[in-house]
Ligand binder design. Structure first.
Ligand code: GLU
Length: 466
């Protein structure tokens, strides 16, 4: 059976790269009717934080990446402890008492001899007496014995990779009985949880031989490995905070939709042979395969993410958008008339790239816009002329009956004021209502604002030019 896992260390929020790893594991498991496990790798007590665990879990669920089981390594310390003991009793693991200074000296010596630095194996040769002496006088770590050999893995993405374990040397698997390190706890859990495929970032490739050494020492099954290509920013540097919001919770705050993020990360390093770009989560499950993961790094393009977001936003009904934004509208503008907000969404959704943009760009529906009088000027016309047209506009608006105050009627009547240069009327009218040079149609805006507020804003514009 296919069993995959996403195994984040809770040392930061879930970012796009992590979400992609989770997604690929999830898709592969679902596609093969297998299981997907979320395993929090929190053995590093100093760096692991509960809030990050929460962020990771919530972000995954928000993205609809559902896991079948959940584990926390900090709750499995006894298991690791027993296995360390077992390996120790078999002579495969030993206590190392070397101090930092001693290790440094060993390293310098090796370098001077032209040998690549690695642990010399000194403590593996201690006598019983020396061990019991050091146990009383020094702190220790656990090292695993590494037989020099060529380890070959058949990575499902990278193909054959050969590691020379001589270069690795006896490495540390635990800082103490209670503190296993990543390269020990992770392969142990992979084996005990029946993980069939380890799909993770390429930055873990160098850990793979160490993890296989641990598994071999324990006579445990070795999973198949698939190392995903890195994600680079547009300038080919490593993707980082500098390139804008990259954590899922921040993207959520920014008003991105989960469907858009899923679709976007799906294509970060994976594509079908066709040029197809749009995938729902279910379609992605259907189409996914490890074979179509590319070897070369994927490049993060924020514009593409925005493109996907617009795509999915445009396809949502106003009432769906209302349910996603109502709380934020209410909080931001202290306003709760649902039907009013619905009208705004209907009008503004075409122009917005994100939910946040939709909310923020709609401010003039809730508060009077502030703008400089010069903004009212159309095409270098004298301000006296603009003022005159605004006064005419006011007259016309006052003459329209409340029940006829709709976009078509407003447009029709205002068009008559300056049929040869509509800008003379429409431009200042838009600015009066919104304080902006670009917005949805001013007639639609006016009809949502209603006659009274529209008139009030036109009056305000006239004042500004007086
Ligand atoms: N805990 C590791 C990390 O967060 C990942 C382990 C793995 O996927 O093998 O980087």
């Amino acid at each position: 059976m296919v069993v995959t896992r996403f195994a984040p260390s809770p040392t930061g929020k879930l970012h796009l790269g992590g979400a992609r790893t989770a997604l690929f594991n999830f898709l592969f498991a679902r596609k093969n009717k297998g299981k997907f496990i979320l395993r929090i790798e929190d053995t590093d007590k100093e760096r692991s934080k509960k809030e990050f665990e929460e962020d990771i879990k919530n972000s995954l669920l928000w993205l609809n990446i559902e896991f079948d089981s959940f584990f926390r390594q900090s709750e499995r310390i006894e298991t690791y402890k027993e296995l360390i003991k077992k390996l120790q009793s078999e002579g495969k693991v030993y206590k190392c008492f070397c101090t930092k200074e001693e290790l440094e000296a060993q390293k310098l010596e090796q370098i001077s001899q032209g040998i690549a630095p690695r642990y010399s194996g000194r403590c593996s040769k201690l006598t019983k007496e020396e061990i019991s002496f050091f146990e009383r006088t020094r702190s220790y770590v656990f090292r695993i014995k590494v037989e020099p050999q060529k380890l070959e893995i058949n990575d499902l993405i990278k193909g054959k990779v050969i590691f020379d374990t001589l270069l690795i040397g006896d490495f540390i698997i635990a800082k103490s009985e209670e503190e296993p390190l990543f390269n020990f706890a992770t392969p142990v859990d992979d084996a005990l949880m029946g993980i069939s495929h380890v799909i993770r970032g390429e930055d873990h490739l160098s850990n793979t031989p160490k993890q296989i050494i641990v598994l071999k020492s324990l006579n445990m099954p070795i999973p198949q490995y698939a190392h995903l290509p890195m994600i680079l920013s547009k300038d080919y540097s490593k993707l980082s905070k500098r390139h804008g919001a990259t954590s899922i919770s921040e993207l959520k705050e920014e008003g991105f939709l989960p469907e858009a993020i899923i679709n976007f990360i799906l294509l970060l390093g994976w594509h079908e042979s066709s040029d197809r770009e749009i995938y729902s989560l279910n379609e992605a499950i259907e189409a996914f395969s490890l074979e179509r993961i590319q070897k070369k790094p994927a490049v993060f393009n924020e514009k593409k993410l925005i493109w996907f977001n617009r795509y999915y936003l445009l396809r949502k009904s106003p009432s769906e958008i209302l349910s996603l934004t109502y709380k934020d509208f209410k909080e931001k503008y202290n306003f709760q008339d649902e039907s009013y907000i619905l009208k705004i969404i209907n009008l503004a959704k075409e122009r917005a790239s994100t939910l946040k943009e939709l909310i923020e760009n709609s401010f003039y529906f809730f508060e009077e816009p502030d703008y400089k009088p010069e903004l009212l000027i159309w095409n270098k016309a004298p301000s006296t002329a603009i003022k005159e047209f605004l006064e005419k506009t006011l007259n016309v608006l006052e003459g329209i009956e409340e029940k006829e105050f709709n976009p078509e009627k407003i447009k029709l009547e205002l068009s008559k004021l300056s049929p040869n240069d509509l800008g003379l009327v429409f431009w200042p009218f838009r600015v009066a209502l919104t304080g902006l040079e670009a917005s949805p149609g001013p007639f639609e805006i006016a009809s949502i604002l209603g006659k009274e507020r529209t008139i009030q804003r036109v009056k305000k514009a006239i004042e500004k030019l007086s």
